[in-house]
Ligand binder design. Structure first.
Ligand code: AVJ
Length: 323
């Protein structure tokens, strides 16, 4: 499989600058993309198997039923999946597509992890030997235009962005991202967006405060990742996992709260990072949507919301958008 590479230019020094400026801002933050080193990715996979973490349990059957409606239209189509990860989601989708249609499909997994693309690429090749494969190692927020701007061929594309990953972006960023997508989409292209919906607060909060403490470990692991980039001496045990639904922004927020006054040091910089007891680092937002939110975002980006596929409980949606 070919893997195009857009990640080379992302140097360690710009990563350090980014992390340090987040930790020096007020309130302190860390970008949620830094959850996913090897340990973090494993912890996230564990999260997806937890009783309390409902999203994959709802999204996967929804992908299956939606794929059946799409099957015929996928003939001769390029499927571009943003944040393809282990490719388990697209497999559910492709399983429902007729083999004779799959023969005409080229699948483009786009991910920040080259490893993930290589690993899932070899699985997909065995599972669907008849299908074309072309990996893209890129950060789709940074490189979207560069990697897709020149795709002006004859073939139609279906852009997929599953798992409610868009929920990590705030309203402005999400709209910008959709506008960028609109910029690279052709008339006949389509976008399928997985979005987690607003629901009972207890259900939402339990999903991010699981009884086994896996989400807490996942949250705290970002400090280990930070240590490895910045040479800092964060001790994850000095922090407490906090996750709650913020109604004003319709989102789950995850934070790490200092259990005591702390000074974090690194040989790479002089000025320590100071924490007062109870001070927090904001590590993640996970937005939850209503159909009105979804329509509002499509409108703001200049896209047309053609369909919203959802489950019986309306817990998760696949929003289909076109130009
Ligand atoms: C991968 C961003 C969809 O927001 O639910 C899971 C990440 N964070 N538990 C989410 C996550 C805590 C997840 N997304």
């Amino acid at each position: 499989m070919i893997i195009e590479d857009f990640m080379q230019e992302v140097g360690e020094s710009s990563i350090r600058e980014k992390l340090l400026s987040c930790l020096r801002s007020n309130p302190k933050t860390l970008p949620c993309t830094f959850f996913y080193d090897r340990t973090g990715s494993e912890l996230f996979e564990k999260i997806t198997t937890l009783e309390e973490y409902y999203p994959p349990k709802v999204e996967i059957p929804l992908l299956r039923s939606t794929a059946r409606k799409f099957d015929g239209e996928l003939k001769g189509c390029d499927i571009v999946e943003l944040g393809s990860g282990d490719c388990s989601k697209i497999s559910v989708f492709l399983d429902e597509v007729l083999e004779e249609n799959r023969q005409t499909i080229v699948y483009y997994p786009v991910d920040v992890s080259r490893e993930a693309i290589e690993k899932s690429g070899s699985i997909l090749r065995k599972r669907y030997p008849e299908m074309g494969l072309h990996g893209i190692n890129a950060d789709f927020l940074e490189h979207l235009r560069k990697m897709l701007g020149k795709r002006r061929g004859e073939r139609r594309s279906l852009f997929c962005f599953f798992g409610s990953t868009i929920g990590n972006l705030d309203r402005t960023k999400a709209t910008e991202f959709l506008k960028d997508l609109d910029g690279v989409m052709k008339r006949e292209d389509r976008l399928l967006l997985g979005m987690d919906m607003v629901k009972d607060i207890d259900v939402l909060e339990r999903a991010y405060n699981d009884s086994q403490g896996i989400t807490a470990q996942f949250n705290k692991n970002i400090l280990n990742v930070t240590n490895s980039h910045l040479g800092t001496d964060f001790n994850p045990d000095d922090f407490e996992h906090v996750a709650f639904f913020n109604r004003n922004y319709s989102r789950i927020e995850m934070h790490l709260r200092a259990k005591r006054d702390l000074e974090v040091t690194s040989p790479l910089f002089d000025e320590d990072i100071i924490f007062k007891k109870g001070e927090t680092i904001h590590t993640e937002n996970s937005h939850k949507y209503t159909v009105d939110h979804i329509r509002g975002m499509a409108d703001a980006a200049g896209l047309f919301l053609r369909n919203v596929y959802t489950d019986d409980k309306k817990w998760f949606s696949l929003a289909e958008m076109v130009k």
